[in-house]
Design a protein around this ligand. Sequence first.
Ligand code: AGP
Length: 614
Amino acid sequence: MCGIVGAIRNQGPVLAGLVEGLRVLEYRGYDSAGVAVSDEGKIKSAKRQGRLDNLEARLTDSSLENGVAGIGHTRWATHGPPSDENAHPHLGASGCVALVHNGIIENWAELKGELLADGVRFVSDTDTEVLAHLIDRERADASDLSDAVRRALRRVSGYYALAVLAETGDGPELVCARQGPPLAVAFVDDAAYLASDVLGILPHTREISFLEDGDVAVLRPGDVQITDFGGKSVVRPAQAIDWDPEDTGKGGWPHYMLKEIHEQPDVLARTIQGRIDDEAADVVFEDGAFANDAVRDVARIQVIACGTALHAGYIARYLIEGLGGVPVDVDYASEFRYRGPRIVPGTMALAISQSGETADTLAATRLARELGASVGAICNVAGSSQVRESDHVILTHAGPEIGVASTKAFTAQVAAVTLLAVRLGRARGTLSKEDASAILNELKLLRTRIESMLGEHAVDHVRRVAQSHAEQRGFLFLGRGINYPVALEGALKLKEISYMHAEGYPAGEMKHGPIALIDPGMTIVSVSSTGPLAEKVRANIEQVKARGGVVLSVGSDPESHAIAGQSLEVPASSEWLSPILNTVPLQLLSYAIADMRGCDIDKPRNLAKSVTVE
Ligand code: AGP
């Protein structure tokens, strides 16, 4: 998804900081990049299709290095293909206004027709350029740039995060506005900053404010003033963000994804830390989240999420129904919001989202609230829209996840859901103190158990196994019960970063169709544990082997491994904790295969880290 940065300083050039900020946001996925600065009473800009390196090559011979105010953008194309002309920033006809934008201007065609009739010339195919000309035109009657932005936005329908830089000879003006995709702002003594992601501001300060929908912010060195679209002043208190900017570096790892796989022992320890009450064999979340009075009468839980987070939601169904005693429905956010859902009284919507800015999940959660549901969230980004719009929040403390393919955030989500299931079970009396204590103690063992799977020997074994699958025609990931969603996640991880075809299926469904796929070119990955369904999984493996199929058994069941002939072994655990443990070798398998195939593991083609538009 598009990345936006902006800065205005009392003195000293902003260009290097803008480019550095865009580099930090690269992980969000993009196909072109550009910057604009205000220098000596003029707006100067440069933009290029492709990676940031292309832009930096263009900047070396440019005159942008002296500007004291500027904006930057990495574009993930929605309207108009990736090209130099369609890259942001876009300039208004006067040449005194530059704009960058994340989102979609839905009535862009009508507005463009008006502007064309007024004689405005367009140089791109984008909806964004329409907004640049609109704001430029409104400046004639506006008191200042923020007034012109508010006037223009009253004409616009759609959703956007935007930053506008204007230079009229009296010094630069820097304004940003939000309706949908996120925007953060901050200031220090001699400067002010904006970005679509806290990581773009963290190198300058940890005290960061998050704009709400309808906010317009004016940035000046040492100050940020925020109003609503009507011009009324609003306050957005700064939050202290405890992420370490160092965390956004690769730290010597070949890829962020591998670094983040190896961070999981610490991440899981951080996610459960301080939340287990050993004495009561219960769970305590911050700010009274999911306390007894809030959960005792919950009639149903409606999980809403996308992608990997949805797989955590499917696992949540097994855990919450099994331990918490609450009926659970799970749905793709993009389906839930349009299928005319029925919400029974006493429903809690549970949004699961790493970024907390996924447009479909936010919209679906808002719909659930409109239909009478209370709202809970499991999220990785404090201050994100999902967090701010939820009644009960569990943060996953995974730190910034830079690799587009989610790893540590997923296992942290599942750990958080396990804690929530215990909380619900204890609040509603469906989980005994002894059973709760056993699960909580196993959660504490995750760190050492996962560390044992990330040792050099274990990782080398995964690579050796991966070699015999790196050229397969396709993969079928099979799992039963609480490990069925793990099969879905394993398939998604592989297809995301290796571009190979892979699908996840309930193992019991194999004979209802997928069994036709079995041949030596198709690898069947069987995900299991030693739980009550182990016998049935072994039978599935036998069925595949009997048809000459290739089976890779993943999990803690030695009998499954023996039948399969090749395996990725996982430490034994309770069935409830097996999804987290089984996920780790699947992450390593996908990483190894993608690495062997020379894929762009951290920034897979066409993918964005946070999909903040529909
Ligand atoms: C994760 O590997 C994927 N890149 C993607 O499916 C992601 O899980 C999905 O877009 C949801 O994102 P969120 O967790 O930030 O809401």
